[in-house]
Design a protein around this ligand. Structure first.
Ligand code: BV8
Length: 225
């Protein structure tokens, strides 16, 4: 039986597609306060500011193309004889653009969410405060992304995958945001071999068996080959 592979991706896999990361030099969190744009409290306080932040990121993601790292993971999902599960913290949709399937634990810019009835629909390119839900008509539309203090999506499914994988890879993530940063330890506890692919050490590098250092567009295709 071929090994089951679980791959966690973060903003670094999309950096070479031109999308900003969060914590690198000049990253998104250097330009915007997390408290203002990526928390429920910030959204309640100033929804126009939060919508501007996500409208900008939605436009950039729509214009971005997958890079060789996304393509290599899509090819791995097609060619590997065992199961390949991609869990992404990214909301940019580039895994799908490359033809891969991914579990979006932090949501996605492509859908809007009704905070009143939890209805989801294809997000307009620009969202504005007070936009109403097409299902319940409450003025409660918000970006369908998981903010700090909110429970990431699909956690039970992800935990099940981590319990029975033989290989766990983390690509382009700083290992600073939980619960994603804790996945490597869950995989190790299940006996998986773990590999980190990043430009530099992350906060969880100590927990990985192997390290492939370099840009994702170079390192990931080599790992997949
Ligand atoms: C929750 C929104 C609980 C969407 C984001 C312990 C356990 C559980 C929770 C916590 C905990 N300790 C603290 C918490 C709370 C908090 C947290 O983790 N805080 C941190 C800051 C300490 N976690 C939460 O609030 C989470 N929720 O736990 O809820 C709960 C329980 C019950 C009921 C209700 C709630 C929610 C976390 C999700 C927050 N949402 N974003 C969006 O705007 O995109 S987080 C944000 O950070 C993004 O989603 C992003 O994906 C994520 C992680 O960042 P990275 O992807 O790693 O990006 P980063 O810039 O940091 O790093 C880039 C990396 O790439 C670097 O390492 C760099 O070297 C590398 N790189 C760069 N270029 C390249 C490259 N690598 C390769 N090639 C390149 N070219």
């Amino acid at each position: 039986m071929a090994d089951k592979i679980v791959i966690l991706t973060g903003a670094g896999i999309s950096a070479e597609s031109g999308l900003g990361t969060f914590r690198d030099e000049g990253g998104l969190w250097a330009q915007h306060r997390i408290e203002d744009v990526a928390t429920p409290q910030g959204f309640a306080r100033d929804p126009a500011l939060a919508h501007r932040f996500y409208n900008m990121r939605r436009a950039e993601a729509a214009a971005a193309a997958p890079n060789a790292a996304h393509d290599a993971l899509a090819q791995l999902q097609r060619d590997w004889p065992g199961e390949v599960v991609i869990v992404t913290q990214n909301v940019d949709g580039l895994h799908e653009k490359a033809g891969a399937r991914a579990i979006h634990m932090h949501g996605t810019l492509a859908t809007a969410l009704c905070a009143a009835c939890a209805h989801r629909w294809d997000s307009p390119s620009e969202m504005a405060p007070g936009a109403s839900c097409p299902a319940c008509h409450a003025p409660a539309a918000r970006p369908d992304v998981v903010w700090f203090g909110e429970m990431p999506y699909h956690m039970d499914e992800i935990s099940d995958h981590l319990l029975d994988c033989e290989i766990f890879a983390a690509i382009g993530t700083s290992g600073q945001v939980y619960p994603a940063a804790g996945f490597v330890q869950e995989a190790r506890n299940s006996g998986a071999r773990t590999v980190e692919m990043n430009l530099r050490d992350s906060d969880t590098s100590h927990a990985f068996d192997d390290h492939l250092v370099g840009p994702a567009s170079k390192v990931v295709p080599r790992w997949v080959a």
